[in-house]
Design a protein around this ligand. Structure first.
Ligand code: DSN
Length: 480
């Protein structure tokens, strides 16, 4: 055991004792979570394992400090240390991504997207409206002015990728606030290939003329040409907003460069910090100087007080991501996704778009006669943690779905490589080939229940354990 593992073991063991002295069940659940994460194949494409340094940074007294506002301009006294933390996190983020401006306060990806939407509305709609009305700020508005401004703000257009094509809820999906606050339209993918069709996106944008064009995805297994998306945005006068939550680690690690790097092309880029980027749970907005002043007003306009302890952990994670070893990691994430995809294809599985060139694959489980929900549950029984996901034009909707999404970020952190991911594909296919759809209580076909063949779960768990033991999670961390 090296010094860091010894210290980590000692810190966590003692911390759990302190927690147990107040609420032992939480200490127990924390131990159980570590055991579960250690003993399962974590393939959820939006999850990872943050380093002990990142995790520990979140457990401090920075949690107790209110700091609404921005660096040097707070609504509370005593924010000198939070200012240090937020400045460092933003500096690391700007350097890591080559961004003009970084806003590290958002608590999640959805919060980051809300900040971005509000910033675009403030910069493109509210500001010019106030100028036209010859008002300096909203304090000068009469009730009639407010009504007129609300109409203007509430009638803006957003074009984003549809959820079943791989977009995110916040990209204009009707049930989400983004699909209600904006007059929205969605672009999909080519029905024959499952790939983005830039000409079709451009045609839709020309006809719809959105204020906001959203690019980015949470379940599209391919790279995006952001230079092309910017051309489309410029042609129709839209602001290009890219949600890179899923692939931020591949951007930071320079796997996606040039036209595949959103930062030089988009006006605003949003992300989470905990997926492929491997930081604490949280969000972030990167922007051009032009949008910086409106983004900077995110809190308290849209966000509650920043989580200072999490901003500190973001700074630590970004410092890690600036190391050469993170580039090696990011490349391995992409290479492993290739291995996983090839592993499936060579065993006759059906993948949306026929493969991947990022960190995720989308497996169409209808080929096994299953819904995504049945497949997800059967895989979990066998210790394989995934999440069900819609496939394009999914006949089973967003709840039952026909797909399972799998990502390589987490197991790559544990050290899995080509051979292990080929075995992972083999184990998953084995589970799916040995799972039958169940029936409802009334005897009809069920979209949820399933029957997993005898001995399948044990066999898969045993094969997984061999690989997981070779690549331990938090090596050397032993809780007393
Ligand atoms: N929860 C994230 C994901 O799994 O992709 C996005 O909301």
């Amino acid at each position: 055991m090296n010094d860091v593992s010894r210290l980590t073991s000692s810190v966590y063991s003692q911390a759990l004792e302190v927690i147990a002295s107040v609420e032992p069940r939480i200490a127990e659940a924390t131990r159980a979570e570590l055991a579960d994460q250690r003993s399962s194949l974590k393939l959820i494409a939006s999850e990872n394992y943050a380093s002990p340094a990142v995790l520990m940074t979140m457990g401090t007294w920075f949690s107790d400090k209110y700091a609404e506002g921005t660096v040097g301009h707070r609504f509370y006294a005593g924010c000198q240390n939070v200012d240090t933390v937020e400045s460092l996190a933003a500096e690391h983020a700007r350097e890591l991504f080559g961004a003009e401006y970084a806003y590290v306060q958002p608590h999640s990806g959805i919060d980051a997207n809300l900040v971005a939407f509000w910033s675009i509305l403030a910069h493109r709609v509210e500001g010019p409206w106030l100028e036209r009305a010859e008002k300096k700020n909203v304090n000068e508005l009469t009730e009639e002015d407010w009504e007129a401004l609300r109409k203007e703000l509430g009638n803006q257009r957003l074009l984003g990728m549809s959820l079943d094509a791989g977009g995110h809820l916040t990209h204009g999906f009707r049930p989400n606030i983004s699909g209600k606050m904006f007059h929205q339209q969605q672009y999909g993918t080519d029905p024959a290939t499952g790939l983005l069709d830039y000409d079709a996106v451009a045609a839709k944008a020309r006809e719809f003329k959105p204020l906001v064009l959203v690019a980015g995805y949470s379940a599209y297994p391919r790279r995006v040409d952001f230079a092309k998306m910017r051309e489309i945005a410029d042609e129709v006068g839209a602001t290009l907003m890219v949600d890179m939550a899923h692939f931020a680690g591949l951007v930071a690690g320079k796997v996606f460069t040039g036209d595949e790097d959103p930062v030089p092309h988009a006006h605003i880029v949003t992300t989470t910090t905990h997926k492929s980027l491997r930081g604490p749970r949280g969000g972030m907005v990167l922007a051009t100087e032009e949008y910086a002043p409106s983004v900077d007003r995110g809190c308290p306009m849209v966000l509650g007080g920043p989580l200072s302890h999490v901003m500190a952990a973001k700074a630590v994670a970004f410092a890690e991501a600036r190391q050469e070893s993170f580039r090696t990691y990011a490349q391995q994430v992409a290479d492993n996704a290739q291995s996983l995809a090839q592993g499936f294809l060579s065993r006759g599985a059906k993948l949306v778009t026929g493969g991947t060139d990022n960190h995720l694959v989308l497996l169409d489980v209808s080929a096994y006669g299953l819904t995504g929900r049945q497949a997800e549950s059967a895989l979990l029984d066998a210790g394989v943690v995934t999440n069900r996901n819609s496939v394009p034009s999914d006949p089973n909707g967003a709840w039952y779905t026909s797909g399972v999404r799998l990502g390589t970020s987490a197991l790559t952190t544990r050290g899995f490589g080509h051979d292990e991911f080929d075995t992972v594909a083999d184990l998953i296919v084995h589970v799916l080939e040995n799972t039958q759809p169940g029936t409802t209580k009334a005897g009809g076909p069920s979209k949820a229940s399933y029957v997993l063949g005898d001995g399948v779960a044990d066999k898969v768990r045993a094969a997984s354990a061999e690989m997981l033991d070779k690549h331990p999670l938090y090596p050397g961390l032993e809780l007393s």
